[in-house]
Design a protein around this ligand. Structure first.
Ligand SMILES: [Zn+2]
Length: 261
C-alpha cells in the first residue's frame, strides 16, 4: 500500500484520470495527493478530490506562478483549506533555477503562504531549487512559529528532495519530512542516494512521483504516472536494505501522519 504524496494529476496525460488512478491501484498505489501549483490548478485539484475517494489535495501557489499571487488567490486558499480532503498548503517555495517569478515576489508570496499555514494549522509542501540558503531561512522561521502554535505536529515536507546532505539535516532538525522522487533512480544521483540511505531516517521518509515530471528509469523521457511511485519505493527499499512492504509501511504511515488522514 503506497501513497503518491505528490502528483499533478490535473495536468494533461495521454490517458484519462480514471485510467491513471486505476493503473496506480494495480501497482499498489492506493492514494494520491493532487498538488496545486499554477493558479488554475486550485479549482481542478479540489474537483478531483471530490470526484475520486482516494484522491486528496493541497492548495497553494508554486514559485513559478507567484507573479499572479493576489488577495483573491489567498481568499480562494482560505475557502479550500476548510475542505475535509485539503491536507496541506503548497506547493510553495523558491526556485532560482528557472526564476519564472522575480525573487522579491517569490519571497513575498512565500511569506504570506507560510503565515497562512501556521494560522490554518496545515503543513506545507515545499519546492526548493538552487535556493538552499534562502529556503533554510524561511523554513527556520516557519518551523519556529509552527512548533509554538501546533506542538507535536509535523510542519511539512520537502518535496522531490534533490539537495545536499546539509539541507536534509537542517530540514530534519526543524521537524520536516523529506520526500524522494524518481530522481533517486537517475544514473548521476549517487550523492542523493547517499542522502536517502544515510541521512533520512525511516520515520521521516516519503515517496512521490511529481507526475507528469521526472519519470524514473526505465521511463525517462515519457510522462510520469502515479503508478511509478512503486519504482521510487523499490529503489528506497534497496537503499535501506529492507523489503518493499516494510518501506511502504513507513512511507504510508509517515504520509498519513503528516497530512492527517
Ligand atoms: Zn510538484
Amino acid at each position: 500500500m503506497l501513497i503518491d504524496s505528490h502528483a499533478h494529476i490535473d495536468y494533461e496525460y495521454e490517458v484519462s484520470t480514471e485510467a491513471l488512478i486505476e493503473e496506480a491501484r494495480l501497482a499498489g498505489v492506493t492514494q494520491i495527493i493532487a498538488i496545486a501549483a499554477a493558479l488554475e490548478s486550485l479549482d481542478k485539484v479540489a474537483a478531483l478530490a471530490d470526484r475520486f475517494p482516494n484522491v486528496y489535495f493541497t492548495t497553494g501557489v508554486h514559485p513559478h506562478d507567484v507573479k499572479d499571487f493576489n488577495p483573491e488567490v489567498l481568499a480562494k486558499m482560505r475557502k479550500f483549506i476548510a475542505h475535509p480532503k485539503c491536507v496541506a498548503i503548497g506547493e510553495l517555495g523558491l526556485d532560482f533555477f528557472y526564476e519564472h517569478s522575480d525573487r522579491a515576489i517569490q519571497f513575498e508570496a512565500l511569506k504570506i503562504q507560510l503565515d497562512f499555514s501556521i494560522e490554518a494549522g496545515k503543513p506545507i509542501v515545499v519546492h526548493t531549487r538552487d535556493a538552499d540558503e534562502e529556503t533554510m531561512r524561511f523554513l527556520d522561521e516557519h518551523a519556529n512559529g509552527w512548533h509554538k502554535a501546533h506542538p507535536g505536529k509535523i510542519p511539512g515536507v520537502i518535496h522531490c528532495f534533490s539537495g545536499t546532505a546539509k539541507l536534509a539535516e537542517f530540514c530534519l532538525a526543524l521537524g520536516y519530512t523529506i520526500s524522494f522522487s524518481g530522481i533517486i533512480t537517475f544514473k548521476n544521483a549517487e550523492a542523493l542516494r547517499a542522502v536517502a540511505r544515510d541521512i533520512v531516517p525511516l520515520d521521516r521518509l516519503m515517496v512521490e512521483t511529481d507526475s507528469p515530471y521526472l519519470a524514473p528509469i526505465p521511463h525517462r523521457g515519457k510522462k510520469n504516472h502515479p503508478a511509478h511511485t512503486r519504482i521510487v519505493a523499490e529503489k528506497l527499499a534497496e537503499l535501506k536494505s529492507i523489503s518493499l512492504e516494510k518501506l511502504a509501511e513507513h512511507t504510508t504511515g509517515n504520509t498519513k501522519r503528516l497530512f492527517g488522514f
